[in-house]
Design a binder for this molecule. Structure first.
Ligand code: 5AD
Ligand code: SF4
Length: 481
């Protein structure tokens, strides 16, 4: 929240300001007025529910949506039984879209019992023209649809929706704009995502992200640092720097700066104890970054380095711009330089034209790198991407068999990698009470592993040393030391 703006002091009889973010603060004040009227009429404040699908970027965007709803005076709920429901959608794979349509079916019923309910959809899926057509035709009960490029306009769109019975659709093709200083309601008080860039220029041939998130734009380092300083002052000790391809951060800025240099600057901020980042593209990962990670006391011992495929032939068809050998060399260098690092990855099985030999190349890389964890995906055809037009889509049964074999290997590796820390003492950031046993706390290590141990709730948000006593496969049981 921009500390200089007091919503109650905004003159709502004036014309809305043209410049951002002042314009959005004006509409937040207007929404607040609407909420007061609702309260007078109904004897209670309106409720709102935000549901996130997809990646960390979306999770961060949802915190911005919730921040605006909160400023307007809505009370947050934990389910769809609410006066305002917003789904922040993902479209990276087809099943993400299916999930949203499934939820919409349920929402239609919910709206029948609360006709004043307003339903909004935003995020990546809304940037697909086919989706918007479908919503216009078959989902008239959805009140507001907007996309990734104009999410900063949420306060304005919310106000319009609250005062309209028409379906409002506002989708932009792209934008150069980055609007700073809008309110944010963090999910965790002690850790936060921080966008450092938006969009992607890589056009991997299977991926829809560049089409729905637009071209790469980096935030200015001074804006990022200012945001992190504010977060630190507000009790945040861990930040996750977010971008589709953080290794190309800063290249398009007027005063260009490398990602390694940005990390160095973030490292200097008092109060920040841990720095994470997501996601790295292997083609852009520099020696400078490895050095910065190696020397840093704050950058976490975890690197997510998507492989996608181990076959050079398939990597070429995927437009990934590295070979199997180059990837192996890079992973080897990282493991040599930072031995206690945890390496994780993303792998796609069943890309068009993938043969058994190609798949075995992937298995070979997985064996050699011995990932600490890997997210495995079945290739999903995304309309508009070059791969969707490729011939030789792999038969389903073949893909399923490969997927199962890969998953087995990945899990075997993850178990052995996890076990290598048994008996050690690790610093953990204590994140929450254990979901299954309230006498236990859950902490996250620098390498992203979780450990559960007895402790008091008051420790949540603190960094403490924990002895890793029993390895349970993918996590540990331990005790505070
Ligand atoms: N099909 C399957 N997986 C995909 N990903 C991206 N696009 C697709 C697709 N069309 C995976 C990649 C990426 C992760 C976020 O999602 O592995 O790294
Ligand atoms: Fe998609 Fe490739 Fe960009 Fe990642 S780097 S978002 S996989 S196009």
């Amino acid at each position: 929240m921009n500390p200089e703006i007091d919503l109650d002091k905004i003159d709502m009889n004036a014309e809305p300001p043209a410049e951002e973010p002042a314009r959005q603060y004006y509409f937040m004040a207007k929404c607040r007025e609407w909420v007061r009227e609702f309260e007078q009429k109904n004897g209670r404040r309106p409720t709102a529910f935000t549901q996130t699908f997809g990646c960390q970027m979306n999770a961060r965007d949802s915190e911005k949506l919730t921040g605006i709803l909160e400023q307007a005076g809505f009370i947050e709920t934990q389910n769809e039984h609410a006066d305002f429901v917003i789904y922040n959608t993902c479209t990276v794979r087809e099943n993400a879209n299916q999930k949203v349509y499934g939820h919409l079916g349920l929402l239609k019923h919910e709206k029948k019992s609360n006709p004043c309910m307003r339903i909004a959809l935003c995020g990546c899926m809304m940037q697909e023209p086919g989706v918007v057509e479908k919503l216009k035709k078959s989902y008239r009960f959805v009140d507001l649809v907007f996309g990734t490029h104009n999410i900063f306009k949420f306060a304005e769109l919310l106000y319009q929706t609250l005062n309209s019975k028409e379906q409002i659709i506002d989708i932009w093709e792209g934008t150069e704009q980055i609007v700073e200083d809008l309110p944010v309601e963090r999910k965790y008080s002690f850790k936060s995502g921080v966008n450092i860039m938006f969009g992607c220029n890589n056009f991997c041939s299977y991926c829809i992200v560049p089409y729905v998130r637009g071209r790469e734009r980096s935030r200015r380092p001074e804006d990022i640092i200012r945001e992190i300083e504010t977060l630190a002052a507000d009790g945040v000790s861990e930040v996750m720097l977010l971008g589709q391809n953080v290794n190309s951060y800063g290249k398009t800025l007027k005063d260009s700066i490398s990602f390694g240099e940005l990390l160095r600057r973030v490292e200097k901020i008092d109060g920040i104890a841990r720095i994470r980042f997501m996601t790295s593209h292997p083609k852009d990962l520099s020696d400078e970054l490895i050095q910065v990670m190696k020397e840093s006391k704050k950058v976490c011992r975890h690197l997510h380095l998507p492989l996608q495929s181990g076959s050079t032939r398939i990597l070429k068809a995927m437009n990934r711009k590295y070979t199997k050998e180059q990837y192996l060399e890079l992973a080897g260098k990282i493991r040599r330089e930072i031995p206690d690092i945890s390496l994780t990855t993303d792998i796609i099985v069943g890309f068009p034209g993938e043969t058994e030999e190609d798949f075995l190349e992937t298995m070979d890389v997985v064996k050699k790198v011995c990932y600490d964890n890997a997210y495995t995906f079945i290739y999903s055809k995304r309309t508009g991407t070059p791969a969707a037009a490729m011939e030789n889509q792999v038969p389903e049964a073949e893909v399923k068999s490969r997927f199962d074999r890969l998953l087995n290997l990945v899990q075997e590796n993850a178990r052995s990698q996890t076990a290598r820390f048994a008996g050690t003492v690790q610093e953990v950031l204590i994140e929450e009470v254990n979901e299954h046993d309230p006498s236990l706390l859950t902490g996250r290590m620098s390498n992203n592993l979780l450990v559960h141990f007895p402790g008091d709730v008051s420790l949540i948000g603190r960094i403490r040393k924990v002895k890793l006593e029993v390895c349970k496969g993918f996590y540990y049981m331990g005790t505070l030391v």
